[in-house]
Design a protein. Structure first.
Length: 380
């Protein structure tokens, strides 16, 4: 007769095998990185901005800021002014309204003037103009954003000119065009995107077109790999296209679809700021209230140098929240910034921002992105 412990062993082994077969391995849950920010650089107190429109960084770490006073300011790694150039006018090196600022290979500087519809390219590390390019206005549309693309070409976001009556049946959608270096059209329509919710207001004394910051519109961004990203600010999906206009992917983003109410105080404030002698605040208030009741879902979108898509949902909290998605639509990171800090460029582990104080005085602030030692689970 076998010992009882010898008889029990096969039975125990069998139970163990059956138990293993009945269990599934626990799913691996990837928790998105939670970033914290540490201030690295802030523009010096004697550096004054009117309105920072765009930010670029060269290979030496110098920061180039387009300013509403028709000038470009160059800051070093400590936020001190290295030099500035540009002035009001229509000649070489003069601007009416600086929009995009972009560093080209070799550190040549590309500056786009949205009012003049002209790009100015400067020699590396210099305020000497290398060349300028005028851009056309085909089909009653104006080039709102212009930036260098790949292989020497240029990409442009063109918006319909409000007030012009299109041909019967013609839509007013925005158009993304690919242009040659001399401003001629290489590809007339890469894609079209939904036009913004522009509000027309008419009174006995005049008329105007207004785009309040809560109006729904299509955000358009692009990356160095040749991808074009679009997002309607009242949707939860990013569309990605190549330069031929083919949709490469559609990225769903997890957002709280509960739209926040638009308060009377906000509408009144914007109406007061935009009122003119011909269009009084009460006319603007009446028009805005009749059209909008809620905020859109999304406030802003950026694409960083790793092709991560950063989305800023609309929130009414002391901090602004940003969510990053990779090219597959997977949420990979979250970030919170103080209210009044608006990112303009995310590059490597740096985030370049515009900070506005209570008096709306702007500073250029650079933060370092650092993974939090105690990551938290974010909810949409």
């Amino acid at each position: 007769m076998l010992p009882t412990d010898k008889l029990a062993m096969p039975f125990l082994v069998l139970l163990a095998i059956l138990s293993l077969e009945g269990c599934e391995p626990a799913p691996v849950v990837d928790t998105p990185l939670t970033f914290e920010v540490t201030e690295v650089t802030r523009s010096a107190g004697d550096v004054e901005f009117s309105r920072i429109t765009d930010i670029g960084v060269d290979t030496r770490g110098l920061v180039y800021a387009g300013d509403g006073l028709q000038r470009v300011l160059v800051l070093d790694g400590r936020g001190r002014l290295v030099r500035e150039f540009g002035r009001m006018g229509g000649g070489p090196g003069e601007f009416q309204s600086i929009g995009n600022v972009h560093l080209l290979p070799g550190d040549s500087l590309f500056v786009y003037d949205g009012l003049a519809h002209r790009a100015t390219v400067y020699r590396p590390g210099s305020d000497r103009v290398a060349y300028t390019t005028l851009f056309p206005e085909p089909g009653y549309s104006f080039p709102m954003d212009i930036e260098p693309w790949r292989d020497g070409s240029v990409i442009g976001h063109f918006r319909r000119i409000n007030g012009d009556v299109p041909i019967a049946g013609q839509r007013r959608d925005d158009v993304i065009r690919l242009l040659n270096r001399d401003g001629s059209i290489q590809r007339d329509t890469v894609i079209t995107v939904i036009e913004p919710e522009v509000q027309e207001v008419r009174t006995d004394r005049g008329e105007g077109f207004f785009l309040p910051y809560w109006a729904r519109q299509t955000l358009v961004r692009w990356d160095a790999q040749g991808n074009i990203y679009t997002l309607w600010t009242d949707s939860a999906r990013v569309h990605v296209y190549d330069v031929s206009g083919q949709e490469r992917r559609s990225i769903p983003i997890r957002l709280d679809t509960q739209r926040l109410p638009l308060t009377d105080a906000t509408i009144d404030s914007v109406a007061q700021q935009n009122a003119t002698q011909d269009i009084p605040a009460r006319a603007l208030t009446r028009a805005f209230r009749s059209r909008w009741e809620t905020w859109p879902l999304v406030e802003n979108m950026l694409v960083d140098d790793r092709s991560r898509v950063w989305i800023q949902p609309v929130t009414h909290t002391p901090e602004s929240r940003w969510i990053a998605f990779d090219t597959t639509g997977k949420q990979v990171a979250t970030l919170r910034l103080p209210r009044g800090v608006q990112p303009r460029l995310i590059q490597a582990d740096r985030i370049y921002t515009v900070s506005s104080d209570s008096l709306d005085v702007q500073s250029l602030v650079v933060y370092r992105l650092e993974p939090s030692p105690t990551p938290t689970r974010e909810h949409p």
